[in-house]
Ligand binder design. Structure first.
Ligand SMILES: Nc1nc2c(ncn2[C@@H]2O[C@H](COP(=O)(O)OP(=O)(O)O)[C@@H](O)[C@H]2O)c(=O)[nH]1
Ligand SMILES: [Mg+2]
Length: 448
């Protein structure tokens, strides 16, 4: 591991110097304020254990600064490449078909390559869809035998397809009950079951029906095509207390600074109802060296946005309130603007109960919602609920977050990746339930 000490006037300048000299794979091991600026120690070919041994006495600032830069530095270049590729593909894909929430995905076989670049893009898309199908199949049916069973004669046993045909012919024209059960276990809202299953062919094998269902789920889920930090404007995160608004803003801000520097970003908060409300954002703003402005009766949001006219992106944090709270109306007034445009994103915690999510949406939709951010995906037992919320309410997903690390644990959302994750969680929860059921049987013996 190569280590190097950098001195710079600001953390941002240090990050720029480091990136220039050591490249995107450099990892910050420690940083501290010194007279006239900051001192940062970096490493190339980072190894966690080795690093822990070399850096003694890390303090809180060090931990935060390290969290800001660690991994993101190395993943950044990779993400940028991926984003450029996806953007190009989406440009090619854009079709005038936004109407129904669940749309029939194009059968892969019908996608024909055209010459040149378009052909290449379509070939990549086809590959991606195949990967999605394979992943879903692999994750959902791990219990099915990997290799076909063979009779003593050497002839393959064709038992499974026959069995499935028998299952489906019992209920002509209806979807297999087991599939509905899977949708339920995944947390997919019942109101989506019919639209999802409407065009599923019950004559197909259960595996094929399931793959089709998941492809339709992914197709119904819309994701924000361009990452929010790459767009200009005023982005507001709204949602209940504890959903992860402030943390997500911190993650987005750190990503922005790493990509574009700190000159074109500002943070604004309307969360002035709790002492801690503004403190959290202010300390993060200090760390990134970006301005943080608090909106209140004297500083209207319109005026604040006028003052920040030279910024490319303004991230606006809010208090998690509900209409019963006397401050709800105050915050609504705070968010009322005449001279600017706001894009409100609802922050939905993947661990919220469906009813809580629904009532949250009900409260916040009156603000006008441009999309949503899914948080705490790492803590969720199922993702069907939060995915259903986005589909049913036609909220494009901008990001999903899966941890507390800033900015590592935020990801530009992609529909199929979220569905694959939902399927693998379903797999894990089915296993858990199976074990739990046998546990309950033992408990019953005890109780009786
Ligand atoms: N596990 C996990 N925790 C998160 C995530 N996002 C935020 N949190 C934590 O959730 C708690 C509340 O977050 P905060 O941003 O203050 O929520 P806010 O009230 O909506 O601003 C904090 O402890 C965060 O660290 C996430 O994606 N995963
Ligand atoms: Mg907050």
């Amino acid at each position: 591991m190569k280590m190097k000490r950098f001195f710079a006037a600001s953390m941002q300048q240090a990050l720029r110097d480091i990136r220039e000299e050591l490249g995107a794979d450099a990892v910050i091991l420690s940083s501290k304020k010194i007279a006239g600026g900051v001192e940062v120690i970096c490493a190339l070919n980072y190894d966690e254990t080795e690093a822990r041994e070399s850096v003694s006495e890390p303090n809180r600032d060090v931990a935060s600064a390290s969290a800001v830069a660690r991994e993101a530095a190395s993943r950044h270049a990779q993400l940028e490449d991926e984003m450029a590729r996806i953007r190009a593909r989406l440009d090619q894909m854009r079709e005038p078909q936004q109407a129904a929430p669940i749309m029939e995905p194009k059968p892969v076989a019908q996608v024909s390559a055209t010459p040149g670049e378009t052909g290449q893009i379509i070939a990549e898309m086809r590959e991606e869809i195949m990967q999605l199908r394979n992943m879903i199949q692999h994750q959902s049916f791990q219990q099915t035998p990997a290799a076909p069973q063979v009779k003593a004669s050497g002839e393959p046993v064709s038992e499974r397809p026959q069995k499935q045909k028998a299952q489906t012919s019992d209920m002509p024209g209806t979807i297999d009950k087991a599939l509905l059960q899977r949708l339920q276990t995944m947390g997919v809202f019942p109101e989506l079951h019919d639209p999802l299953t409407a065009k599923i062919n019950p004559a197909k094998s259960v595996e094929e029906q399931w793959r089709n269902l998941m492809a339709r789920l992914a197709h119904g889920l819309k994701a924000e095509e361009e990452e929010l930090i790459d767009q200009e404007g005023n982005v507001v995160l709204v949602g209940p207390t504890g959903a992860g608004k402030t943390t997500t803003i911190a993650k987005m801000a750190a990503r922005f600074v790493q990509k574009y520097g700190n000159n074109k970003l500002a943070l604004v908060t309307t969360d002035r109802f709790r002492v801690a409300g503004t403190q959290q954002l202010q300390s993060f703003g200090r760390l990134l060296n970006v301005p943080v402005v608090v909106v209140d009766e004297r500083r209207k949001l319109d005026d604040v946005l006028d003052e920040l006219a030279d910024k490319r992106l303004i991230l606006i944090d809010t208090a998690g309130l509900n209409p019963q709270d006397p401050n709800w109306e105050i915050q609504r007034q705070d968010l009322r603007v005449e001279r600017h445009e706001l894009r409100n994103y609802l922050v939905l915690s993947a661990v919220s109960q469906p009813q809580v999510m629904k009532s949250t949406y009900h409260y916040y939709k009156m603000l006008g919602l441009a999309g949503c951010v899914m948080t705490k995906v790492d803590e969720a037992f199922s993702l069907g609920e939060v995915i259903s919320m986005a589909i049913v309410n036609r909220l494009p997903v901008a990001y999903f977050t899966d941890g507390q690390q800033i900015p590592r644990d935020i990801h530009h959302a992609r529909a199929h990746a979220l569905v694959v994750r939902a399927v693998s969680l379903w797999q894990a929860s089915s296993e858990w339930e199976k074990q739990n059921r046998s546990g309950n049987a033992n408990l019953q013996d005890l109780v009786v």
